[in-house]
Design a protein around this ligand. Structure first.
Ligand SMILES: [Zn+2]
Length: 204
């Protein structure tokens, strides 16, 4: 319908109206000028070319039909963009019936979540060695650092290096480095405060 010339459109419209009635050939919705019930809102109907060829306009009108905004948009995606101001009901109906679009959206969502998981692994692959090196370097200058302080500083260090890392995750890495078996750090309690220092039995 898009490129139908403006002279022919009213003729085609009247033709379809006489032949099929002034309603969408798919859902039988009709144009409502005054909107009383929003669910029935259809501001106009569109003259559609059945074969999607806008230049195919036989005199007998056999290539024309009337469609509501929703069904016109479904048949012609470009039309969907042009006439995006549908009532919410029509949008909802469209989203429910537009299975190919929603399947596509679902696939996109899955792809996005896969990407996020990959991104998280990526961050961990970068952040873990960053935190390890930073803590190692810090603790070669000072004997011990308060545990919460260390997590905060490590998170900040990662941020400066362009790696997003929460303080909680930094604290989790530090706990891991305090592992009894192969950790290079240990935690000690001094006057009710937890400190982290290099593991003594390793360095001796
Ligand atoms: Zn319709």
């Amino acid at each position: 319908m898009s490129r139908m010339n403006s002279d022919r459109r009213p003729i085609a419209y009247e033709f379809c109206k006489k032949r099929d009635g002034e309603k969408c050939v798919v859902c039988k919705r009709y144009p409502v000028k005054k909107v009383q019930d929003k669910s029935r809102e259809v501001t106009r109907l569109y003259v559609d070319h059945k074969d999607n060829n806008n230049n195919n306009n036989p005199e007998d009108g056999s290539n024309w039909q009337l469609l509501c905004p929703s069904h016109n948009a479904k048949k012609n995606p470009r039309g969907k963009q042009r006439h995006s101001k549908f009532s919410s009901h029509l949008r909802l109906k469209e989203s429910l019936t537009h299975t190919s679009a929603s399947t596509h959206e679902r696939a996109e969502t899955i792809a996005r979540s896969k990407w996020q998981t990959t991104a998280q692994l990526d961050v961990s692959a970068k952040a873990d060695p960053l935190v390890r090196a930073y803590v190692n370097s810090l603790l070669s200058h000072v004997d011990r650092i308060e545990k919460s302080e260390l997590a905060c500083a490590a998170a900040e260090h990662c941020m400066l290096k362009g790696v997003q890392l929460s303080e909680q995750t930094a604290a989790r890495y530090i706990r891991k480095y305090c592992n009894n078996i192969n950790g290079f750090l240990e935690s000690i309690m001094v006057e009710d405060t937890v400190y982290i220092r290099k593991r003594r039995d390793l360095s001796q």
